[in-house]
Ligand binder design. Sequence first.
Ligand code: SF4
Ligand code: SF4
Length: 291
Amino acid sequence: MKIAVASGKGGTGKTLVATNLFNVIQKSGFAVDLIDCDAEEPNALQFIQADLLTQKSVTQNIPVIDKDACTFCGKCQEYCHYNAIVVLPELQHIQVVEDLCHDCGACEYACQAGAISWKTKKTGTILTYAVNHGSSLIEGRIEIGVYSSVPLIKEALRISPQHQLAILDAPPGTSCPFIATVGSADFVILVTEPTPFGLNDLMLSVEILQQLDKPFGIIINRAGLGDHRVYDFIAENKLLLLGEIPFDPRIAKSYSEGKLITDSMPNYQKHFSQLFSRIKKHLQYDRNSYT
Ligand code: SF4
Ligand code: SF4
């Protein structure tokens, strides 16, 4: 079972939920993976005691055009669905826009002149850490200047140790990296806050998850702050409210010190264990697997 923890915007408490959920599950003695898919700004490691096990570079292929062999026919440009090749026959010019290339290989297939070869480009690193009780933390880190973290996220998900349970800390927003993460999940926890910004981003996330037909539930972080519109939206649309985390300066202090609230504030251990039970119940998951 893969549970993704996501939010429509950064700073809503997504990592707070992902790391504390991971903490209570792994401390119960069950082996679980925490996969930090926020490859542009991974920070789960700041909260988890872990030892580095492996480090793997992720690369992608980029076409290289032999301008002496190229006839400037434009076929590769025509086949490239990502607009990553520009051909200007009248100027005898051809150029690969590396940031747009998705390594699909269509341009080589299209080229009858044999003018395309390949080079590799490093796009990121995947680090695997050992945590207590056989659990793991997997972290994707994108290279500076690389346009899309999607291939890196997919690779991190592919090479994770495949314990029975994985928690995916999704990237903020609702664009391709978010979809690459939640697309592989069995259940999504959406973390929001009771503010107009929180409501706006929650509405966008809900719309996408409904289109993807993904089961999901909502956690309201900083409950007590803001207004009631998020609650009204949840009630009107008959969405699953999994729980609330109160607006409490002690939580912010604990987070800023790199401490998990399930360690520093013991009442939250029960809170997060109950959250996990609620998700299992919702999915009608076989309880014998985890108890
Ligand atoms: S590999 Fe695919 S995306 Fe990249 S330039 Fe060729 S056709 Fe375009
Ligand atoms: S398909 Fe081959 S020959 Fe035609 S423009 Fe592209 S690289 Fe050049």
